[in-house]
Design a protein around this ligand. Structure first.
Ligand SMILES: Nc1nc2c(ncn2[C@@H]2O[C@H](COP(=O)(O)OP(=O)(O)OP(=O)(O)O)[C@@H](O)[C@H]2O)c(=O)[nH]1
Ligand SMILES: [Mg+2]
Length: 325
Protein backbone atom coordinates (compact mmCIF):
# COMPACT_ATOMS: atom_id res chain seq x y z
CA UNK A 1 0.00 0.00 0.00
CA UNK A 2 1.50 3.30 -1.03
CA UNK A 3 0.44 6.87 -1.48
CA UNK A 4 0.75 10.30 0.11
CA UNK A 5 -0.47 11.10 3.65
CA UNK A 6 -4.15 10.72 4.51
CA UNK A 7 -5.18 9.32 1.11
CA UNK A 8 -6.85 6.23 2.63
CA UNK A 9 -4.27 3.40 2.64
CA UNK A 10 -5.00 2.18 6.17
CA UNK A 11 -8.72 2.47 5.51
CA UNK A 12 -8.41 0.11 2.52
CA UNK A 13 -6.48 -2.37 4.69
CA UNK A 14 -9.20 -2.19 7.37
CA UNK A 15 -11.79 -2.88 4.68
CA UNK A 16 -9.83 -5.94 3.53
CA UNK A 17 -9.98 -7.25 7.09
CA UNK A 18 -13.73 -6.69 7.12
CA UNK A 19 -14.25 -8.29 3.71
CA UNK A 20 -11.98 -11.34 4.05
CA UNK A 21 -11.37 -11.78 7.78
CA UNK A 22 -13.55 -11.34 10.83
CA UNK A 23 -13.30 -7.56 11.14
CA UNK A 24 -12.72 -6.24 14.66
CA UNK A 25 -13.12 -7.97 18.03
CA UNK A 26 -14.69 -6.13 20.97
CA UNK A 27 -11.27 -5.71 22.58
CA UNK A 28 -9.95 -4.08 19.43
CA UNK A 29 -13.00 -1.84 19.13
CA UNK A 30 -12.43 -0.56 22.66
CA UNK A 31 -8.80 0.15 21.82
CA UNK A 32 -10.05 2.51 19.10
CA UNK A 33 -12.34 4.43 21.48
CA UNK A 34 -9.77 7.01 22.70
CA UNK A 35 -8.75 7.76 19.10
CA UNK A 36 -12.36 8.14 17.99
CA UNK A 37 -13.24 10.45 20.90
CA UNK A 38 -10.02 12.35 20.22
CA UNK A 39 -11.07 12.78 16.56
CA UNK A 40 -14.34 14.44 17.66
CA UNK A 41 -12.64 16.84 20.06
CA UNK A 42 -9.76 17.60 17.72
CA UNK A 43 -12.13 18.31 14.82
CA UNK A 44 -14.11 20.97 16.67
CA UNK A 45 -10.91 22.49 18.11
CA UNK A 46 -9.39 22.77 14.61
CA UNK A 47 -12.49 24.57 13.31
CA UNK A 48 -12.39 26.92 16.30
CA UNK A 49 -8.75 27.69 15.61
CA UNK A 50 -9.57 28.33 11.94
CA UNK A 51 -12.29 30.80 12.99
CA UNK A 52 -9.53 32.88 14.58
CA UNK A 53 -7.19 32.72 11.61
CA UNK A 54 -9.96 33.34 9.05
CA UNK A 55 -11.36 36.11 11.24
CA UNK A 56 -14.84 34.65 11.64
CA UNK A 57 -16.89 35.32 14.77
CA UNK A 58 -19.76 33.35 16.22
CA UNK A 59 -23.21 34.65 15.38
CA UNK A 60 -23.98 34.07 19.06
CA UNK A 61 -21.14 35.80 20.96
CA UNK A 62 -22.20 33.99 24.16
CA UNK A 63 -20.41 30.97 22.69
CA UNK A 64 -16.96 32.57 23.06
CA UNK A 65 -16.30 31.29 26.61
CA UNK A 66 -17.59 27.80 25.66
CA UNK A 67 -15.19 27.74 22.71
CA UNK A 68 -12.28 28.73 24.96
CA UNK A 69 -13.23 25.91 27.35
CA UNK A 70 -13.39 23.30 24.56
CA UNK A 71 -10.03 24.39 23.15
CA UNK A 72 -8.47 24.24 26.59
CA UNK A 73 -9.91 20.74 27.13
CA UNK A 74 -8.59 19.57 23.77
CA UNK A 75 -5.10 20.91 24.35
CA UNK A 76 -4.87 18.86 27.57
CA UNK A 77 -6.60 15.80 26.14
CA UNK A 78 -4.22 12.89 26.49
CA UNK A 79 -5.67 9.81 24.89
CA UNK A 80 -3.18 7.51 26.57
CA UNK A 81 -4.35 8.51 30.05
CA UNK A 82 -8.01 9.34 30.04
CA UNK A 83 -10.22 9.46 27.01
CA UNK A 84 -13.44 10.52 28.68
CA UNK A 85 -15.33 13.57 27.49
CA UNK A 86 -17.28 15.17 30.38
CA UNK A 87 -20.90 16.25 29.99
CA UNK A 88 -20.23 20.01 30.06
CA UNK A 89 -17.78 19.65 27.14
CA UNK A 90 -20.31 17.60 25.15
CA UNK A 91 -22.96 20.30 25.76
CA UNK A 92 -20.52 23.01 24.68
CA UNK A 93 -19.50 21.14 21.49
CA UNK A 94 -23.14 20.72 20.50
CA UNK A 95 -23.95 24.38 21.09
CA UNK A 96 -20.88 25.55 19.18
CA UNK A 97 -21.61 23.21 16.26
CA UNK A 98 -25.09 24.72 15.87
CA UNK A 99 -23.71 28.22 15.23
CA UNK A 100 -24.21 29.23 11.55
CA UNK A 101 -20.92 31.13 11.34
CA UNK A 102 -18.99 28.14 12.62
CA UNK A 103 -20.70 26.07 9.91
CA UNK A 104 -19.49 28.62 7.33
CA UNK A 105 -15.98 28.17 8.66
CA UNK A 106 -16.41 24.38 8.43
CA UNK A 107 -17.40 24.73 4.76
CA UNK A 108 -14.12 26.52 4.09
CA UNK A 109 -12.08 23.60 5.44
CA UNK A 110 -9.98 23.37 2.27
CA UNK A 111 -8.29 26.56 3.55
CA UNK A 112 -6.94 24.76 6.63
CA UNK A 113 -6.15 21.21 7.77
CA UNK A 114 -9.29 19.42 8.92
CA UNK A 115 -9.76 15.64 9.00
CA UNK A 116 -12.20 14.37 6.38
CA UNK A 117 -14.76 12.87 8.66
CA UNK A 118 -14.88 15.72 11.19
CA UNK A 119 -18.63 16.21 10.81
CA UNK A 120 -19.32 12.51 11.39
CA UNK A 121 -17.49 12.53 14.73
CA UNK A 122 -18.65 15.96 15.97
CA UNK A 123 -22.27 15.01 15.39
CA UNK A 124 -21.72 11.78 17.33
CA UNK A 125 -19.95 13.37 20.29
CA UNK A 126 -22.72 12.69 22.81
CA UNK A 127 -22.95 9.02 21.87
CA UNK A 128 -19.16 8.61 21.90
CA UNK A 129 -18.85 10.14 25.34
CA UNK A 130 -21.11 7.61 27.02
CA UNK A 131 -19.21 5.31 29.38
CA UNK A 132 -20.42 2.09 27.79
CA UNK A 133 -19.90 3.16 24.18
CA UNK A 134 -18.65 0.38 21.89
CA UNK A 135 -17.19 1.78 18.61
CA UNK A 136 -18.99 0.57 15.50
CA UNK A 137 -17.23 -0.74 12.41
CA UNK A 138 -18.10 2.51 10.62
CA UNK A 139 -16.49 4.55 13.43
CA UNK A 140 -13.26 2.59 12.95
CA UNK A 141 -13.41 3.04 9.18
CA UNK A 142 -13.98 6.79 9.53
CA UNK A 143 -11.35 7.35 12.21
CA UNK A 144 -8.18 9.30 11.46
CA UNK A 145 -4.97 7.93 12.89
CA UNK A 146 -1.71 8.61 11.13
CA UNK A 147 0.43 5.53 10.38
CA UNK A 148 3.87 6.04 11.89
CA UNK A 149 5.46 2.63 11.31
CA UNK A 150 5.45 -0.07 8.68
CA UNK A 151 2.44 -2.18 9.50
CA UNK A 152 2.33 -5.71 8.15
CA UNK A 153 -1.00 -7.52 7.92
CA UNK A 154 -1.56 -11.11 6.76
CA UNK A 155 -4.99 -11.73 5.26
CA UNK A 156 -6.43 -14.94 3.85
CA UNK A 157 -8.35 -13.82 0.81
CA UNK A 158 -10.99 -15.72 -1.10
CA UNK A 159 -12.49 -14.01 -4.13
CA UNK A 160 -14.20 -17.19 -5.41
CA UNK A 161 -11.81 -16.98 -8.37
CA UNK A 162 -8.64 -17.12 -6.24
CA UNK A 163 -7.64 -18.08 -2.72
CA UNK A 164 -4.40 -17.25 -0.98
CA UNK A 165 -2.66 -15.44 1.83
CA UNK A 166 -1.78 -11.83 1.17
CA UNK A 167 1.00 -10.09 3.05
CA UNK A 168 0.07 -6.42 2.97
CA UNK A 169 2.47 -3.72 4.03
CA UNK A 170 0.84 -0.45 5.02
CA UNK A 171 3.15 2.54 5.23
CA UNK A 172 2.81 6.07 6.56
CA UNK A 173 2.44 8.47 3.65
CA UNK A 174 3.49 11.71 5.30
CA UNK A 175 6.87 13.08 4.24
CA UNK A 176 8.65 12.07 7.44
CA UNK A 177 7.56 8.43 6.94
CA UNK A 178 8.66 7.94 3.35
CA UNK A 179 12.30 7.10 3.93
CA UNK A 180 11.09 3.82 5.51
CA UNK A 181 9.41 2.70 2.30
CA UNK A 182 12.29 1.21 0.38
CA UNK A 183 13.33 -1.19 3.15
CA UNK A 184 9.90 -2.77 3.25
CA UNK A 185 9.38 -3.41 -0.42
CA UNK A 186 12.29 -5.56 -1.50
CA UNK A 187 10.25 -8.36 -2.88
CA UNK A 188 6.69 -7.27 -3.46
CA UNK A 189 4.32 -8.73 -6.02
CA UNK A 190 2.42 -5.55 -6.77
CA UNK A 191 1.93 -2.04 -5.56
CA UNK A 192 -1.51 -0.84 -4.51
CA UNK A 193 -1.25 2.91 -4.89
CA UNK A 194 -3.91 5.01 -3.20
CA UNK A 195 -4.44 8.64 -4.20
CA UNK A 196 -7.13 10.97 -2.90
CA UNK A 197 -9.14 12.70 -5.63
CA UNK A 198 -10.27 15.19 -2.98
CA UNK A 199 -6.68 16.46 -2.69
CA UNK A 200 -6.85 18.72 -5.73
CA UNK A 201 -7.73 21.87 -3.74
CA UNK A 202 -5.84 21.05 -0.52
CA UNK A 203 -2.38 22.01 0.61
CA UNK A 204 0.07 19.78 2.38
CA UNK A 205 -0.09 19.54 6.16
CA UNK A 206 3.66 19.06 6.48
CA UNK A 207 4.46 22.19 4.55
CA UNK A 208 2.81 25.17 6.21
CA UNK A 209 5.39 27.73 5.09
CA UNK A 210 5.44 26.96 1.37
CA UNK A 211 1.97 25.59 0.57
CA UNK A 212 2.24 22.67 -1.85
CA UNK A 213 -0.87 21.38 -3.59
CA UNK A 214 -1.53 17.88 -2.24
CA UNK A 215 -2.55 16.39 -5.58
CA UNK A 216 0.59 17.72 -7.26
CA UNK A 217 2.71 16.25 -4.46
CA UNK A 218 0.90 12.93 -4.84
CA UNK A 219 1.59 12.88 -8.60
CA UNK A 220 5.27 13.72 -8.13
CA UNK A 221 5.58 11.05 -5.45
CA UNK A 222 3.90 8.50 -7.70
CA UNK A 223 6.23 9.29 -10.59
CA UNK A 224 9.41 9.14 -8.53
CA UNK A 225 8.42 5.96 -6.66
CA UNK A 226 7.29 3.85 -9.59
CA UNK A 227 10.55 4.52 -11.39
CA UNK A 228 12.74 3.43 -8.51
CA UNK A 229 14.76 0.37 -9.60
CA UNK A 230 12.99 -2.04 -7.21
CA UNK A 231 9.55 -1.01 -8.44
CA UNK A 232 10.32 -0.40 -12.11
CA UNK A 233 8.76 -3.59 -13.41
CA UNK A 234 5.97 -3.98 -10.83
CA UNK A 235 2.38 -3.77 -11.92
CA UNK A 236 0.26 -1.24 -10.12
CA UNK A 237 -3.29 -1.23 -8.88
CA UNK A 238 -4.28 2.41 -8.59
CA UNK A 239 -7.13 3.39 -6.28
CA UNK A 240 -8.34 6.90 -7.03
CA UNK A 241 -10.04 7.37 -3.70
CA UNK A 242 -12.47 9.64 -1.84
CA UNK A 243 -14.92 9.84 -4.74
CA UNK A 244 -17.66 10.86 -2.26
CA UNK A 245 -15.78 13.97 -1.13
CA UNK A 246 -14.63 14.71 -4.68
CA UNK A 247 -18.20 14.60 -5.99
CA UNK A 248 -19.30 17.17 -3.40
CA UNK A 249 -16.41 19.57 -3.64
CA UNK A 250 -16.18 19.90 -7.45
CA UNK A 251 -19.55 21.70 -7.35
CA UNK A 252 -18.15 24.59 -5.29
CA UNK A 253 -14.38 24.41 -5.78
CA UNK A 254 -13.48 24.48 -9.50
CA UNK A 255 -10.76 22.02 -10.51
CA UNK A 256 -9.49 24.54 -13.07
CA UNK A 257 -8.54 26.95 -10.23
CA UNK A 258 -5.81 24.46 -9.31
CA UNK A 259 -5.17 22.58 -12.59
CA UNK A 260 -5.32 25.10 -15.43
CA UNK A 261 -5.26 22.46 -18.20
CA UNK A 262 -8.59 21.02 -16.99
CA UNK A 263 -11.67 22.01 -18.98
CA UNK A 264 -14.37 19.57 -17.87
CA UNK A 265 -16.18 21.91 -15.47
CA UNK A 266 -17.98 20.30 -12.54
CA UNK A 267 -18.67 17.02 -14.34
CA UNK A 268 -17.75 14.14 -11.99
CA UNK A 269 -16.71 11.65 -14.69
CA UNK A 270 -14.65 14.23 -16.55
CA UNK A 271 -12.88 15.16 -13.30
CA UNK A 272 -12.18 11.51 -12.41
CA UNK A 273 -10.82 10.76 -15.86
CA UNK A 274 -8.65 13.88 -15.87
CA UNK A 275 -6.86 12.93 -12.66
CA UNK A 276 -6.64 9.29 -13.69
CA UNK A 277 -4.88 10.37 -16.91
CA UNK A 278 -2.53 12.55 -14.87
CA UNK A 279 -1.39 9.46 -12.98
CA UNK A 280 -1.26 7.13 -15.99
CA UNK A 281 0.82 9.62 -17.97
CA UNK A 282 3.58 9.45 -15.34
CA UNK A 283 4.40 5.86 -16.28
CA UNK A 284 7.43 5.57 -18.57
CA UNK A 285 7.54 1.78 -18.64
CA UNK A 286 5.26 0.66 -21.46
CA UNK A 287 5.38 -2.99 -20.40
CA UNK A 288 4.10 -2.24 -16.92
CA UNK A 289 0.35 -2.39 -16.43
CA UNK A 290 -1.62 0.01 -14.27
CA UNK A 291 -5.13 -1.13 -13.30
CA UNK A 292 -7.22 1.66 -11.89
CA UNK A 293 -10.41 1.93 -9.88
CA UNK A 294 -12.39 4.90 -8.56
CA UNK A 295 -13.10 4.19 -4.90
CA UNK A 296 -14.79 5.39 -1.76
CA UNK A 297 -12.81 3.54 0.90
CA UNK A 298 -15.31 4.24 3.67
CA UNK A 299 -18.09 2.40 1.82
CA UNK A 300 -17.63 -1.32 2.53
CA UNK A 301 -20.33 -2.49 0.18
CA UNK A 302 -19.06 -0.57 -2.84
CA UNK A 303 -15.45 -1.44 -2.09
CA UNK A 304 -15.96 -5.20 -1.79
CA UNK A 305 -16.37 -5.70 -5.51
CA UNK A 306 -13.42 -3.43 -6.38
CA UNK A 307 -11.09 -5.11 -3.90
CA UNK A 308 -12.09 -8.53 -5.19
CA UNK A 309 -11.30 -7.35 -8.67
CA UNK A 310 -7.94 -5.87 -7.60
CA UNK A 311 -6.98 -9.09 -5.79
CA UNK A 312 -7.95 -11.17 -8.85
CA UNK A 313 -5.80 -8.94 -11.04
CA UNK A 314 -2.80 -9.39 -8.77
CA UNK A 315 -3.29 -13.17 -8.51
CA UNK A 316 -3.79 -13.57 -12.28
CA UNK A 317 -0.52 -11.78 -12.77
CA UNK A 318 1.32 -13.97 -10.25
CA UNK A 319 0.10 -17.13 -12.02
CA UNK A 320 0.91 -15.69 -15.44
CA UNK A 321 4.47 -14.84 -14.41
CA UNK A 322 4.89 -18.29 -12.88
CA UNK A 323 3.76 -19.81 -16.17
CA UNK A 324 0.69 -21.37 -14.58
CA UNK A 325 -1.96 -19.43 -16.46
N1 LIG B 1 -15.16 10.40 3.21
C1 LIG B 1 -14.14 9.59 2.97
N2 LIG B 1 -13.16 9.48 3.89
C2 LIG B 1 -12.15 8.63 3.60
C3 LIG B 1 -12.06 7.87 2.41
N3 LIG B 1 -10.93 7.11 2.45
C4 LIG B 1 -10.35 7.39 3.63
N4 LIG B 1 -11.07 8.31 4.32
C5 LIG B 1 -10.76 8.92 5.61
O1 LIG B 1 -9.56 9.65 5.45
C6 LIG B 1 -8.80 9.62 6.65
C7 LIG B 1 -7.38 9.18 6.33
O2 LIG B 1 -7.40 7.81 5.95
P1 LIG B 1 -6.19 6.84 6.33
O3 LIG B 1 -6.59 5.48 5.81
O4 LIG B 1 -5.81 6.98 7.74
O5 LIG B 1 -5.04 7.45 5.39
P2 LIG B 1 -3.56 6.90 5.19
O6 LIG B 1 -3.29 6.95 3.73
O7 LIG B 1 -3.39 5.58 5.86
O8 LIG B 1 -2.72 8.06 5.95
P3 LIG B 1 -1.20 7.94 6.54
O9 LIG B 1 -1.18 6.76 7.46
O10 LIG B 1 -0.96 9.25 7.24
O11 LIG B 1 -0.31 7.79 5.36
C8 LIG B 1 -9.56 8.70 7.61
O12 LIG B 1 -10.32 9.48 8.51
C9 LIG B 1 -10.49 7.90 6.69
O13 LIG B 1 -11.67 7.52 7.34
C10 LIG B 1 -13.12 8.02 1.44
O14 LIG B 1 -13.11 7.42 0.35
N5 LIG B 1 -14.11 8.89 1.78
MG1 LIG C 1 -2.20 5.00 7.36
Amino acid sequence: MKGAGECGKSTVVKQMRIIYADGFSDIERLQHLPIIRGNAIKSIAVILHAMNTLNIQFEDRNLDPLAAMVREFQSNYDLTINSEIPGHIVDAVEKIWSDPNLKECYKRSNEYQLMDNAKYFIEKVRQLSSMAYMPSTQDIINERSQTRALVEVMIDVDTRQHRGTFRIIDVGGQRSQRRKWVHAFDNVTAIIWVASLADYDLTLQEDQKRPTNRMKESLTLFESTIHMPIFRSKNIVLFLNKTDLFKKKIKTSPISDHFSSYSGGSDFDAGCQFFCNQFLSKNQNERRRIFYHFTCATDTQALTHLINSAVNTIMDDVLYKAGLA
